[in-house]
Design a protein around this ligand. Structure first.
Ligand code: KIV
Length: 272
């Protein structure tokens, strides 16, 4: 019997598990504010990720490292107010969980309490298993993130494809299994070979959501500003742009400036 997931009912960890079991692909997009969350929710995305990519696309930082816990909570609470159906997952920012399970737990609790989101996401493998387990003791669902983990960019030095070597691929498979064992409800795999992502998706029972990880994953995620074509300078191979909003918005601004300069805006009907 096929299950209908296209209802108005709120998506939960259980729904995502059922989607994987019935091979219904999961769609996830990032959002950082109320208006974008409303659009993405209305469009039918199953999960909205309040990613720490907000540090790049909203604040203009070069990396995800500078964003703070309070800034993530501000973004997350705006998104929560905009979404009725999608499950809201929030990134724990750099420095709020690494190497300190107690801090990881209090960061996760603060996010859940102050934003109203439904789960948190942490980057890393073996190194963060203890933090994951401690967060789970508070009943907070945790999503993992392996492969290219942008919070560790200075350790790796580049944003190139990860786990191309056999030993790295083996480690990634084992880390995915360790995260599943620890109790995460899903794992994001970023920028790894498609065959490896597919193998991982088949060897664990929780959903695997890919970004630059090929079509064998249980779902896909993109940064919404990239897929809307608002960030026109960023063009990795894995990115499909569904709009060219940078161009369209820029042209709209030019048109507005010209209308104002010519005294054409506002016209008779646009004034009191
Ligand atoms: O911060 C983010 O947007 C992410 C996605 C790229 C998965 O972690």
């Amino acid at each position: 019997m096929s299950v209908n997931f296209n209802t108005k009912k709120r998506i939960t960890t259980k729904t995502l598990q059922e989607m994987k079991a019935s091979k219904h692909k999961i769609s996830m997009l990032t959002a950082y504010d109320y208006t974008m969350a409303k659009i993405i929710d209305a469009g039918g995305a199953d999960v909205i990720l309040v990613g720490d990519s907000a540090s790049n696309v909203m604040a203009g930082h070069e990396t995800t490292l500078p964003i703070t816990l309070d800034q993530m909570i501000y973004h997350a609470s705006s998104v929560v107010r905009g979404a009725q159906r999608a499950m809201i997952v929030v990134d724990l920012p750099f420095g709020s969980y690494q190497g300190n399970t107690k801090e990881g737990l209090s960061s996760a609790i603060k996010i859940m309490k102050e934003s109203g989101a439904h789960a948190v996401k942490l980057e890393g493998g073996y190194d963060i298993v203890d933090s994951i387990k401690r967060i789970l003791t508070a009943g907070i669902p945790v999503m993992g993130h392996l492969g290219l983990i942008p919070q560790s960019i200075y350790k790796f030095g580049s944003y190139t494809v990860r786990a191309e070597r056999e030993d790295e691929a083996k480690q990634l498979i084992n880390e995915a299994k360790a995260l599943e064992q620890a109790g995460v409800f899903a794992i994001v795999l970023e920028k790894i070979p498609a065959s490896l992502a597919s193998e991982i998706a088949q060897s664990i029972t929780i959903p695997v959501i890919g970004i630059g990880a090929g079509n064998g994953c249980d779902g896909q995620v993109l940064v919404s500003h990239d897929m809307f074509g608002m960030t026109h300078e960023f063009s990795p191979r894995f990115l499909r742009r569904y709009l060219n909003l940078y161009g369209e918005m820029k042209d709209a601004v030019s048109q507005y400036c010209s209308d104002v300069q010519r005294g054409d805006f506002p016209n008779e009907k646009e004034q009191y």
